[in-house]
Write a new protein. Structure first.
Length: 286
C-alpha cells in the first residue's frame, strides 16, 4: 500500500466534513425545526441527511470495513470502555472549574442546561444506536480510513479532533475528543465493529446516569458504581499494560510519514468552521 495521501482525496474528505456540519446545522435550526418534529426524530433525520451528503462529497475511502488485525478479548473491551468513561468523568469534574473561569469573563458554556432533559424512546434510539453507528461510519470508517497511509497516530488524532469539534458544544466536544481517541484506537486495532460497540455502550451509559439520579437510594448506589468502576478498571488495566510492556523487549518503531495530512487548507477551513460554530453555540452571557 502506498504511504502517500492524494491531495485531491484529502480536499474531498475535509469538504465532506464541512458539508456534514453545514447540512446538519441548517436542517436542525432552519429547515426542519419549524415542522415541530420530536427531538429524536429531528436529530435522526439531520444525521442521516448530513452523513449521506458527507459520504457523497468525501467519496469512497476504499476498504472502509477493513478486517480486524485481532479480536479484542472481553477484558480489553471492558478496559477500553473504562478508559473512555474515565475521560468523560474527568470532563464532568473539570466543568465547574472551567465555568468559574468563563464567569470571570461574564460567560457560561452551560446555557442549554436548563432545557428539557427528558429522554424519549425515539431520542434514546438516536443517542444509543443510530448516532453511534452513523458517527463511526463517518469518522472512523471514512476519515480514519482515508488517513490510514499517514499512520495510526495521525489518523486517530485527526479523526478524534474533527469528531470532538463536530459536536458544537464545549463539554460534549471535550468528552467526544477523548472518546474519539479511544474509539479510534479500537477501530485501528480491532476494526470498526469494536469502535461501534464501545460508542453504543458509552452513549447508553450517558443516557442511563441521569435516570438513575431520579431513582432514590438504589439509583444513587448504581450511579456510584458506574462512576467508580470505570476509574478502577482503567487504573488496574493501565498498570497491567505498563508492567507487561516493561517486561517485553521494545519493538522497533518504524515511523510512517504524515504525508501532508495537516497541510490541506481545506482541513484548516473545516477546523476553523467547526471551532467558530462550537464557540458561538456553547457560550452565552451569564
Amino acid at each position: 500500500m502506498s504511504h502517500t495521501l492524494a491531495p485531491s482525496a484529502l480536499h474531498r474528505l475535509w469538504l465532506g466534513l464541512i458539508s456534514y456540519s453545514v447540512v446538519f446545522a441548517l436542517l436542525q435550526t432552519r429547515l426542519l425545526k419549524p415542522l415541530g418534529l420530536p427531538e429524536g426524530g429531528l436529530l435522526l433525520l439531520c444525521a442521516l441527511a448530513a452523513t449521506g451528503v458527507a459520504l457523497a462529497v468525501a467519496g469512497n475511502p476504499g476498504r472502509m470495513f477493513r478486517p480486524a488485525d485481532a479480536r479484542p478479548s472481553p477484558w480489553k473491551v471492558v478496559f477500553l470502555m473504562g478508559v473512555a468513561l474515565t475521560g468523560n468523568l474527568a470532563v464532568m469534574v473539570a466543568t465547574p472549574l472551567l465555568e468559574q473561569l468563563w464567569k470571570g469573563f461574564g460567560l457560561t458554556a452551560l446555557a442549554q442546561a436548563g432545557g428539557d432533559d427528558t429522554v424519549t424512546p425515539l431520542l434514546a434510539v438516536y443517542i444509543c444506536l443510530a448516532g453511534p453507528v452513523l458517527e463511526e461510519l463517518l469518522y472512523r470508517g471514512v476519515v480514519m480510513e482515508r488517513l490510514r497511509p499517514a499512520g495510526a497516530r495521525t489518523a486517530i488524532l485527526l479523526s478524534a479532533l474533527c469528531f470532538g469539534l463536530m459536536h458544537h458544544d464545549l463539554y460534549q466536544g471535550l468528552s467526544a475528543f477523548w472518546c474519539g481517541l479511544v474509539y479510534g484506537w479500537a477501530a485501528w486495532r480491532y476494526g470498526m465493529g469494536a469502535s461501534i460497540v464501545l460508542h453504543i455502550i458509552g452513549n447508553s451509559v450517558a443516557v442511563v446516569l441521569p435516570l438513575l439520579r431520579q431513582a432514590g437510594t438504589a439509583g444513587a448506589l448504581l450511579t456510584l458504581a458506574l462512576v467508580a468502576a470505570p476509574v478502577l478498571i482503567a487504573l488496574v488495566g493501565g498498570i497491567r499494560l505498563a508492567l507487561r510492556r516493561r517486561r517485553q523487549d521494545p519493538a522497533p518503531v518504524t515511523a510512517r510519514p504524515a504525508a501532508g495530512a495537516w497541510r490541506s487548507p481545506v482541513l484548516w477551513a473545516a477546523l476553523a468552521f467547526d471551532t467558530i460554530y462550537l464557540v458561538a453555540a456553547s457560550f452565552s452571557r451569564v
